[in-house]
Design a protein around this ligand. Structure first.
Ligand code: GCB
Length: 653
């Protein structure tokens, strides 16, 4: 890449510019309820085509110097159409955009319904981004309303005062987005300047990352405008406990804008019948003979969700305002023993996958056909779970996990934490903030049974002990109801984070990265891996990654690496050991990976990582059938249903 960067750090963002253009207006620690249409709230999605301009100036800073946010973007220079949600990288034929690093600008003009701007008090109008990668600054009608660090998680701004005086109810939304990663971002990365003028053009740099997926950027998830009354329900937290005959739903509601005159809650079952009611901001609902939330394949009606309707009335001036919000609630418990993972008191075995948000053309952009296809494939496979490797997935995906009973290990974007400086206080503070955002977003989801704070960090380094002790303790303080882990590939005797996790999640690539081509080493080495970890910690273990690349259509017998047969053979070797150890303390297996996915270019990657059991276009490789047979067999063994599940159709909702 021969593009200039004006100074180190975020490309196009030197310290001077930070001072000039980035007043600290970070998204605050308020609630992050998913926007919904309710009797008191309206929601409007701003998907479709946005205007787009990459800042190709030598310092990538022309947009700030010329204040592109003060006028329509098309008046600042040439713009192109860019779909939202989508990554921008694969949309055009311009190689500069494919590998672009620095600021890009997005803009959308919308007209607001006049009723959103009228009334005394007028409704509150909120602009919300499901996620944008990586650093976002947002203006409405030229006024900065929010900035946010981090992809994969939502952020929002109350824009009521900005739009209220706007002529013709016009709302011009301008977003400056920067995908530069630093040693202190999550995931971390670094910009490498190539100073050797005999080998590289002037100001040449590349972004170095320590993770194995393409650093797609753009507005990846829906942008939404929504309203609430001026006094509103800001946040709801629920936790559940249960026996077979009675369940308790503990709740806490916070309200903003005025003291609530009244706050009432009712819990409805799927027939619409009120099964429990309560009032006040904190309390407990008692549900007799509850329908528990069960994972897929553990019950004939998995993913049972009640609706918790929260109704608030508050006096604001002379007006009595009412706000209503409805939250899906699943009643289930999670416990970890030294050998088991229990859901509703029954042993749960994770037979699932690791995924990525990744597809042709749209990159990491949310795509409904892809999402639904993936859930159909998961159910076809007999998978009951996945890990959100290696960052939080879209809320739309999590909604379907709740509804279908797909169990989730919810992972933060803490992937590739390898550099010593990424264990310092600055990184730690950011990691804590990200965990807070993640827990705030997903705390009420029954599908989420465990938090994973990181993937394959350099956890053998001395500072990793304090780092993981702190991140895990904070996550547990934020959510005492769920176990916490991180995923390790370190040696069991050297790992400094493992003492703090509830479940050991270990990745290994025996016969692939270690002893490539030697399938025969797997029985011995995998058995030793499990026994060493268990002997050291007496905690249950998940094989959180294992896999082999296969190029679809490449065949060889005897099996050679990269053939479909080798991927199958490697699976069978792992499964033989897993079958022994799952009778003891191994509580799960997650294949790497569900589907092929894009990575940086490199000599070990052929248009991306090919460890998928499905291709990137979601067609099964031979390995998918091996896994499918296995998962249905395990499901039949462990189901509370009579052992007659032979077809996935029974479970399709
Ligand atoms: C790993 C990583 C994952 C990689 C995978 C691989 O250990 O956790 O992100 O993609 O190995 O295929 O190398």
């Amino acid at each position: 890449m021969a593009l200039a960067a004006s100074c180190s750090g975020r490309v196009g963002l030197c310290p001077l510019l930070v001072l000039l253009f980035l007043p600290a207006l970070a998204a605050g620690p308020a609630g992050m309820l998913q926007p919904r249409d309710t009797p008191s709230r309206e929601r409007r999605e701003l998907g479709g085509l946005w205007s787009f301009r990459a800042d190709l100036s030598p310092g990538r800073d022309a947009g700030f110097a010329q204040r592109w946010y003060r006028q329509p973007l098309r008046q600042t220079g040439p713009v192109i159409d860019m779909p939202v949600p989508a990554s921008f990288n694969d949309i055009t034929q311009d190689p500069r955009l494919e590998n672009y690093i620095g600021w890009v600008w997005y803009e959308k003009e919308v007209l607001l319904p006049p009723r959103w701007l009228q009334g005394d008090p007028a409704p509150r109008v909120v602009l919300r981004f499901g996620s944008a990668h990586y650093y976002s600054i947002v203006w409405v009608n030229g006024v900065q309303v929010v900035e946010h660090e981090g992809g994969h998680l939502p952020f929002e701004a109350d824009i009521s005062s900005v739009v209220r005086g706007s002529p013709g109810a016009l709302c011009r939304i301008t977003v400056a987005l920067n995908n530069t990663l630093s040693p202190h971002t999550l995931p971390p990365g670094s910009i490498q300047y190539m100073a050797d003028k005999s080998r590289y053009p002037r100001n040449y740099f590349v972004q170095d990352i320590k993770f194995d997926f393409f650093n797609y950027a753009g507005i990846h998830r829906p942008v939404v405008l929504y309203t609430t009354p001026a006094a509103y329900i800001d946040d709801i937290t629920v936790t559940t406990t249960s026996s077979d005959t009675v369940a308790l739903v503990q709740y806490q509601v916070s309200v903003v804008g005025s003291t609530a005159n009244s706050l009432s809650l009712s819990l409805r079952d799927q027939e619409g019948k009120v099964v429990a009611a309560g009032d006040g901001p904190v309390g407990e609902l008692k549900v007799l003979n509850p329908n528990l939330w069960w994972p897929y394949l553990m019950h004939e009606n998995p993913g049972y969700l009640y609706s918790l309707e929260v109704k608030m009335q508050a006096q604001v001036g002379r007006v009595l305002l009412e706000d209503v919000y409805t939250l899906p609630v699943g009643i289930r418990t999670v416990h970890v023993t030294s050998t088991q993972f229990l859901i509703n008191g029954r042993p749960f075995y994770f037979h699932g996958v690791n995924k990525h948000e990744d597809a042709d053309i749209r990159g990491k952009g949310l795509d409904w056909p892809l999402i639904v296809k993936d859930f159909n494939l998961l159910r076809w496979l007999g998978a009951n779970s996945f890990r959100t490797s290696h960052y939080p997935y879209a809320e739309e995906i999590m909604d379907l996990c709740d509804a279908y009973g797909i169990v989730v290990i919810d992972e933060s974007p803490g992937v590739g934490i390898k550099l010593p400086e990424s264990f310092g206080n600055k990184s730690l503070q950011h990691h804590l903030a990200v965990m807070e955002e993640l827990v705030r977003r997903d705390k009420n989801r029954p599908s989420v049974v465990m938090w994973s704070v990181a993937n394959e960090p350099a956890s053998e380094l001395p500072p990793a002990a304090h780092y993981f002790k702190t991140v895990i303790a904070r996550t547990k303080a934020l959510d005492p109801s769920r176990p916490v882990t991180f995923v390790t590939d370190a040696n069991y005797a050297l790992d400094r984070g493992a003492p703090y996790v509830d479940v050991i999640c270990v990745n290994s690539y025996l016969s692939w990265y270690h002893d490539p081509g030697h399938l025969e080493v797997i029985p011995l080495q995998l058995t030793a891996q499990f026994e060493n970890w268990y002997k050291t910690y007496q905690k249950p273990i998940i094989q959180s990654e294992y896999g082999a690349d296969s190029v679809p259509g490449l065949h060889s017998d005897p099996p050679l690496m990269f053939s479909e047969e080798y991927q199958q053979a490697m699976l069978r070797e792992y499964h033989a050991v897993l079958d022994k150890k799952r009778k003891e303390y191994v509580i799960g297996e997650l294949i790497w990976n569900f589907a092929d996915f894009m990575t940086n270019q490199g000599t070990t990657r052929v248009l991306g990582n090919k460890k998928g059991i499905f291709t990137r276009q979601r067609q099964p490789k031979a390995a998918a059938f091996v896994l499918r047979d296995r998962y249905w067999k395990i499901a039949n063994e462990s189901s509370c249903l009579p052992p007659v599940i032979t077809s996935h159709s029974l479970f399709l909702k």
